[in-house]
Every structure is written in structure tokens, then in C-alpha cells.
Design a protein around this ligand. Sequence first.
Ligand SMILES: Nc1cc(-c2ccc3cc[nH]c3c2)n[nH]1
Length: 240
Amino acid sequence: MRIDVVSIFPEYLAPLELSLVGKARTSGLLDLRVHDLRDWTTDRHRTVDDTPFGGGAGMVMRPDVWGTALDQLLDEDAHLLVPTPSGEPFTQRTAEALADEEHLVLACGRYEGIDARVAEHYRSRGRVTEFSLGDYVLNGGEVAALVVVEAVARLLPGVVGNPESLVEESHGAAGLLEYPVYTKPPAWEGLDVPEVLLSGHHARIARWRRDTALERTAARRPDLIAAMPVDELDRHDLSL
Ligand SMILES: Nc1cc(-c2ccc3cc[nH]c3c2)n[nH]1
């Protein structure tokens, strides 16, 4: 998979040289290229923004500079991803779908955002997804790009050492939150590890983990339970 990330702060993406994503790049599993949007400017000051039509505070990123950059980076099978507070939610399902694609291009905005005509223009030429990480406002799209690259890269075959660990995870196939995990020592600060986990009884351990995941999900994310298909609820012995 190839991922291009365009930003006026390319150094923000430096953490993607580390750990699993860094190894995926070195091994060739992931072809990740980070670009400075200002490399596509033509004026002496390398200007990427201007004042907003209609007035208001802040600056807006110019469509022409983005257009020059994206015309160069987007090929016919590329999927343009634009982080924005007004986008559709980015979820594990989104990551799973993106992990099957050949080429992603992440356009990281700053200031008050990117001129709306950029997404509009490229929608007429290929796939564009404006997405949000959640209902809070960041100062730019770079943090969202870090999240997307990590969430997608870890799903690529060969990136995570033990693919089993991708099966049982939060918001995984069961759509439940993860159960709590424990390791040695068995007692710490007067707190013990749940007995069942020391029993070696795999069926009971599996049941405890599923029940605890359900309890956590019902308590912290009732929306996930409400969104669960009826046959899934039945599978978890849940009836609403
Ligand atoms: N979920 C979420 C995305 C953002 C975001 C994304 C891009 C830009 C550009 C300027 N401000 C931005 C904020 N905030 N929160």
C-alpha cells in the first residue's frame, strides 16, 4: 500500500518513522511518503492561505496550491482522505475498508480549513472521504493523519507480528469494548487478579472475558449495544 500525506508541518508525521509503522516502511510493506504542501507554491513567500470570502476570523487554505499538489499525487485508484471536524466518523470499520485499498492520499488542513472546492473538485474525479476522528476540534489534520496511518497500517498483512492479536480487540468483530487485561504480579497494591484468569480453565476464562466486555460496553458505550444487530445480541445472550 502507498500512502501520501501532505501537510505544511511534515515534521508532525515524524512518529511514523518509529515502531511498527516504521518497520512496515523499512520492510516495504508500506510505502509512506510525507510531503510539504509549500513545495507546490510558486511565490517567494510560499503562501498557502488567504482571507475567507464572506469574512470571519482566520485564514483558509487556497484551492490552487492544493490542486497543484493533488493533481500530481492522485492517480486513478487513489482515495483522497480529508480530516475535518465536519466529516463522517472514522471507525475501525473505516480502517478495515481502507486497509484493502492500494493508494491513500491524506490532505492535512490547517488554519480554518481547506477551500471547500478542493474536495468538491476531486469528488468529480475519484473517491474522496471527509472524515472526523471525533467531536472535538484539533488545530489541523496532522494528528488525524497519524491516527489513520497507524490504524490502517497495523491491519496490513505482515505488519503486526501475531495476527491473532488483531482478532480480539476493542471495536473488533464482536463490536464490543475490550475486556480488562492483567499480568504479574498476581497481587499489587492490595488488588488481586480475577481468580478465573489463574484457573487455567479456558472455557470459563473465555466466558468471563466476554461477560466483562459486555458489562464494560453496556456501562461505557450503550450506543454500541443499541447499534448491535439482533442476532449479535442473541449471540451474547442479550435481549433488548
Ligand atoms: N476530528 C477532528 C478533525 C479536526 C481537524 C481537521 C483538520 C483541520 C484543519 C484545521 N483545523 C482542523 C481540525 N479536528 N477534529
